[in-house]
Ligand binder design. Structure first.
Ligand code: SF4
Ligand code: SF4
Length: 429
């Protein structure tokens, strides 16, 4: 056993209000310099939707992460694996239009325009070319709150038919927010894909960083990361990424996104894991076994044997105490209400998510629609389909998501009964 400590995060998606405060405070702290305009170490996506960069989950196009090849774990072919052959040509990389051309507004034009019939407006100006734009065409959360809705209804010359279609499709529409940072993976493919060895995983806390002295700007990390959380600074020609606010965490402070989160959705904690198990866990055949495989790497911080071996491995008492108190350990490993994002990428991500509970679509009219507790609604009737949540949080394993939603529903009913009363009345009605 090789015990290591890792800082990690759980985000409780039910509490995210999509305000983007986290993105803005992160940007003001880390990416407010020339060359970083388009970078959002933290971004918040309206889902379902293309995300940022555009359609980042399309692994056929971007080729990120790991795949099993003859039983061996390999970087996905066509991307970083051919790094030496492709050293001057990296065809799978996201381009400017997949992120967006950053622009600013020319407020001077608004204030100093000569008198005319119409009110002047602030004009968008490209921060790349310095020229005025007709209109910006894409941004990091361009489809804010539309949930991909603009794409689901095809135009039809028969207006009545189209209206009917819109009614049917929009009745099925759902949305949720997905805030994203670098996952500080246990098995990071960005590190494996860097020809210069510039990306590294810090031994003491597992934070994944870029050594700018070593970075040569090859950009293989950019599409080596299936989550698209490494960026290229066009001004310094170096890779940049979320650093889990290490100057803050080293001083005992939370990350800036956590501290300023309006919904208080972010929980930071330390977890202990067995580094010897990671490669084996990432190599299990069936993607639906990856969640359990990743769980099997984590260690119980209350186990005296784990504690003594952790001390021998140089993990100090303060970290061991933090591991015992860790909300990440509780939510992800003990209560099992948080799930990893896209476990099928096999990078063993360390930002996990509590899936959102959503409103029930139908009125509960008969006993069959109630589960055995009599008053916990069937999770399959929730507005956000279990299939969708399973596609992003459980490699399509609906049972894993169902179990989590049932636990959350039970807890909601219990807490409502305890705090506002009325559970018994609800049961009787
Ligand atoms: Fe590397 Fe972060 Fe991407 Fe994981 S999510 S592969 S640690 S950049
Ligand atoms: Fe969601 Fe918190 Fe970010 Fe607001 S600040 S968008 S609530 S994660």
């Amino acid at each position: 056993m090789r015990i290591k400590a890792q800082v990690a995060m759980v985000m409780h998606l039910d509490k995210c209000i999509g305000c983007h405060t986290c993105s803005v405070t992160c940007k003001n702290t880390w990416t407010n310099r020339p060359g970083t305009e388009y970078m959002w170490f933290n971004n918040v996506e309206t889902r379902p939707g293309p995300g940022y960069p555009k359609r980042w989950e399309d692994t056929d196009r971007y080729k990120g992460g790991w795949e099993l090849n003859n039983g061996k774990l390999k970087l996905r072919a066509g991307g970083p694996i051919s790094k030496l052959a492709n050293i001057f040509y990296n065809p799978n990389m996201a381009e400017m239009e997949d992120f967006y051309e950053p622009w600013t507004y020319d407020y001077d034009h608004l204030i100093h325009s000569p008198k005319s019939d119409h009110l002047p407006v602030a004009r968008p100006k490209s921060q790349v070319t310095g020229k005025y734009m007709d209109k910006p065409e894409w941004g990091s959360n361009w489809d804010d709150d539309l949930a991909g809705g603009s794409e689901i209804v095809p135009l039809d010359p028969n207006v009545e038919k189209m209206q009917e279609h819109i009614k049917m499709e929009y009745e099925k529409t759902f949305m949720m927010y997905l805030p994203r940072i670098c996952e500080h993976c246990l098995n990071p493919s960005c590190v494996a894909s860097c020809p210069s060895g510039a990306l590294y995983k810090r031994d003491e806390d597992g934070i994944v960083l870029v050594d700018h002295d070593a970075c040569r700007g090859w950009r293989f990390c950019q599409n080596g990361c299936p989550y698209h959380k490494v960026y290229y600074n066009w001004n310094t020609h170096k890779a940049e990424k979320c650093n889990f606010c290490y100057p803050r965490t080293e001083a005992g402070l939370p990350t800036i996104c956590s501290e300023t989160c309006v919904g208080r959705i972010r929980y930071i904690g330390v977890v202990l894991y067995d580094a010897d198990k990671v490669k084996e866990a990432a190599s299990v055949e069936d993607p639906q076994d990856l969640y359990e495989a990743q769980l099997s790497c984590f260690l119980d911080p209350f186990d005296p044997k784990v504690q003594s071996e952790a001390r021998e491995a140089g993990i100090n008492d303060a970290w061991l105490e933090a591991a015992k108190e860790s909300p990440v350990y509780k939510m992800a490993m003990k209560w099992k209400i948080a799930l990893p994002l896209h476990p099928e990428y096999r990078t063993m991500p360390m930002v996990w998510y509590v899936p959102p509970l959503s409103p029930i679509m139908n009125h509960i009219t008969n006993e069959d629609e109630l589960n055995t507790d009599g008053y916990i609604p069937a999770v399959d009737q929730m507005r956000i389909p279990v299939e969708y949540l399973a596609s992003i949080l459980a490699a399509d394993d609906k049972e894993v998501v169902r179990k989590v939603l049932l636990k959350l529903s039970a807890m909601r009913v219990y807490m409502r009964g305890k705090t506002v009363g009325g559970v018994d009345e609800f049961k009787q009605s």
